[in-house]
Every structure is written in structure tokens, then in C-alpha cells.
Design a protein around this ligand. Structure first.
Ligand code: GRF
Length: 195
């Protein structure tokens, strides 16, 4: 039997992308197994969602560690114990540092709510509205040391609802929930397993 791709989802917020990916794995739409959810925000709603789906939650606050390196080394040890092959960022609000980048070269994926390279960083939807663009979108990309700068894997356009960040965010989320699982499925099929 071919074993499924083992992934860890990193999230800091609501976790709607986590929920969609978890369902896609369970229903066989995404050929992967979620080994764990890693959060840097123990109070975030993704923790609640993960517990309901009985997926292991690792909640580690970076401020409890002397350095970012010490934080990432602890995360890495857990990822290795679980045999994690890919890290999937889904609303993880922290830059990935050298320790994890070296351990998972071209094996960390992120989803960002804009058509990169436009509007990287925080509040991409707010930035798009402030600039008065008519079209924004969603980007799935590999993670490098920069802020939302790695190689682009997939993009989809979304119309801005003029002056309405909440409505625009809703449209963006709806697109993210389709694009992320499709892109990950293609990616995992096209890259050889590490186990
Ligand atoms: C998404 O818009 C994603 O693009 C961004 O953070 C948001 C996470 O949403 N990186 P959720 O927590 O998955 O609902």
C-alpha cells in the first residue's frame, strides 16, 4: 500500500482552511494525512476545530523560548517524530526561520490572500481595498526566507467588493478553500515522497 503524504498544518487564527483541508483528507480528495496542527496561538479557534476533528494539536508560544532557533528546534523535533514530510501554512502569522527552512527545503507551502507580488504581509485585503484595486485574489506559493516571496504554484483572481473588506474576505476565503486543496494535491503527486 502506498502511504499517504504526511503533513503538518501551521495556523494562528480561525482555521477555516484547516477545516477544509482536514475534510479533503478524510474524504480522499486530498491524498494526505494531517499528522498535527501546530499553532503559536493556543487561544486561536483553529485549536477548537482541530480538537473536534481529533487531530493532534501542538501549541507552542515562541515567547516561552529563549530564541527563535530554540522554538523552531522544538517544533522540528516534533515534526520528525511524527514523520512529517510537508509543512502547510494556513493563516500562520509568523515568518519561518532558517531552522525549519533548512529542514524542509521547498517543502513548506503558504496561502496568501492577494495576487502576489502585490500586497504581501499583513492585512493583504485591507491593502487591496486601500489601493482601490478592482481585482485581487489568492496565491499559493512555496515558502522561502522572505515575506510571501517564494515560487508561485497557483493563483486565482477575486473581484473586490468596493470598500467592503468583509465581503471581499468572504469571496477570497471561498476561493482559497478550493484552490489550496487542489494545488496541494497536484504538488504532492508531482514531488517524490521523502519516506
Ligand atoms: C487566509 O486568508 C490565508 O490566505 C491567510 O490567512 C487566512 C487564514 O484564514 N494566510 P483561516 O484561519 O484559514 O480561516
Amino acid at each position: 500500500m502506498i502511504s499517504k503524504t504526511k503533513i503538518a498544518i501551521f495556523a494562528s487564527g480561525s482555521g477555516s482552511n484547516y477545516e477544509v483541508l482536514e475534510r479533503a483528507c478524510r474524504e480522499g480528495e486530498l491524498d494526505a494525512e494531517i499528522a498535527l496542527v501546530m499553532t503559536d496561538k493556543p487561544a486561536s479557534f483553529v485549536v477548537e476545530r482541530a480538537r473536534q476533528t481529533e487531530i493532534r494539536v501542538v501549541a507552542l508560544e515562541p515567547k516561552a523560548f529563549p530564541t527563535k532557533r530554540a522554538f523552531e528546534e522544538t517544533v522540528l523535533r516534533i515534526l520528525r517524530e511524527e514523520g512529517v514530510e510537508w509543512i502547510v501554512l494556513a493563516g500562520y502569522m509568523r515568518l519561518i526561520g532558517p531552522t525549519l527552512l533548512a529542514a524542509y527545503p521547498s517543502r513548506i507551502v503558504n496561502i496568501h490572500p492577494s495576487l502576489l507580488p502585490a500586497f504581501p504581509g499583513k492585512d493583504a485585503i485591507g491593502q487591496a481595498i486601500a489601493h482601490g484595486v478592482k481585482v485581487t485574489g489568492v496565491t499559493v506559493h512555496l515558502v522561502d526566507e522572505g515575506m510571501d516571496t517564494g515560487p508561485i504554484l497557483a493563483q486565482a483572481a477575486v473581484s473586490v467588493v468596493e470598500g467592503d473588506a468583509a465581503m471581499t474576505a468572504q469571496s477570497i476565503h471561498a476561493v482559497e478553500h478550493i484552490l489550496y486543496k487542489e494545488t496541494l494535491q497536484n504538488l504532492f503527486k508531482s514531488v517524490p515522497a521523502t519516506r
